[in-house]
Design a protein around this ligand. Structure first.
Ligand code: ATP
Ligand code: MG
Length: 337
């Protein structure tokens, strides 16, 4: 269409020049000028259209920001005036959950009145069928999802977490999520987003998760770019990087959601040992996919359809014979087979 338009402008000018040539109504120089411009005009038109299309495409981002800023409710305050100081809270890592119920938006209840307490420094294993609410219980700790208004309370070291500023709360907990989160930035930024650690500390953490060699051979080392979503690292490597990130933060409470699901058995065993050593005083909640990773935990919490089914030490649960005992039995059979 643009070519046709340009062509017809040229044709009209030619026709007018021809039609008026006897009266010399338009000077010959002007006609020449008009003709040469009319040939170029197609190019300009095309350029203009391309620019308009590009503006429209880039305005998508603006549109999206407007959509999000108008339609998504803001989270609770990041800081409140009576937030505890970092040195005062949490000191022990004690968690008390009382009558916790939770639903996602207007869906059904996924946690149905959970009441448990974990002592400071205790190593807890969490198991349960797929969809039993293990990950949801952990997001409740971080106050990530909207909860029921009267959905129970969680205390950490005696403080009701719903009264604490979100940033203070989340800085003190660490999670290694089911699908590891990587930022599109350098490896260094992924390990230490706030730029607080020294080069030495970063390498120490990488050594502990057995990634030092992998990172050292990258062309840019710690400054290697991580692709969007961490595409240039394997799933297992991403999980290890997340573990290294938590190692650097030294939280009092560590949540691992199937954190080692994509790591081979040997590395997994080494990582579990390393976590025990480095987080000796922290409360660790491990959501397990391999029962052997939680067999040596202090207590095991078995969730079933959003409720607490069993909660005791692994040996007591096996002796009593219940969901956990049958899971152990099944995995033994699978192992033997
Ligand atoms: P898995 O072992 O597969 O990780 P899980 O025990 O961690 O399972 P959850 O992720 O806590 O299970 O899910 C519990 C229930 O909550 C499921 O029935 C699921 O449908 C629902 N659910 C989980 N995440 C969301 C979400 N973002 N929005 C709506 N419903 C959700
Ligand atoms: Mg889960």
């Amino acid at each position: 269409r643009l070519d046709a338009l340009g062509g017809s402008i040229g044709a009209i000018i030619g026709a007018v020049a021809l039609g008026t040539k006897d009266s010399a109504f338009i000077p010959a120089g002007w006609v020449g000028l008009a003709l040469s411009y009319s040939i170029e005009v197609t190019g300009y038109l095309k350029h203009g259209v391309r620019m308009i299309a590009q503006v429209e495409a880039e305005m998508n981002s603006v549109e999206r920001i407007l959509y999000y800023s108008n339609n998504i409710e803001a989270e609770a305050a990041l800081e409140t005036k009576d937030d505890p100081k970092p040195s005062e809270w949490p000191t022990k890592g004690e968690i008390k959950i009382q009558n916790m119920s939770m639903r996602y938006r207007d869906g059904p209840l996924v946690l149905k009145g959970i009441s448990v307490s974990f002592r400071g420094g205790e190593k807890i294993g969490v198991v349960g069928r797929t969809g039993s609410g293990k990950s949801s219980l952990m997001t409740a700790l971080f106050r990530i999802s909207e909860m029921e208004p009267d959905g129970g309370k969680i205390w950490i070291d005696g403080r009701d977490i719903s009264q604490i500023g979100l940033s203070v709360l989340r800085l003190n907990l660490s999670i290694i999520p089911q699908d590891p989160v990587m930022f599109s930035n350098t490896v260094r930024y992924n390990l230490d987003p706030f730029g607080e650690k020294s080069e030495y500390e970063l390498w120490e953490a990488l050594k502990k998760v057995q990634l030092a060699e992998t990172i050292a051979v990258l062309p840019d080392g710690l400054d290697e770019q991580v692709a969007e979503g961490g595409e240039n690292f394997s799933q297992g490597q991403r999980q290890l990087l997340c573990i290294a990130r938590s190692l650097l933060r030294k939280p009092k409470i560590l949540v691992m959601d199937e954190a080692t699901a994509s790591i081979d058995n040997t590395t997994d065993a080494a990582i579990q040992r390393m976590i025990r050593e480095n987080f000796a005083s922290a409360t660790i909640l491990t959501i397990a996919h391999r029962l052997n990773t939680i067999m040596d935990s202090d207590r095991v919490l078995v969730l079933d359809d959003g409720r607490v089914a069993e909660f005791d030490s692994p040996s007591a649960l096996i002796n009593r014979g219940g969901i956990f005992a049958s899971m152990v039995e099944k995995s033994k059979k699978a192992h033997n087979a």
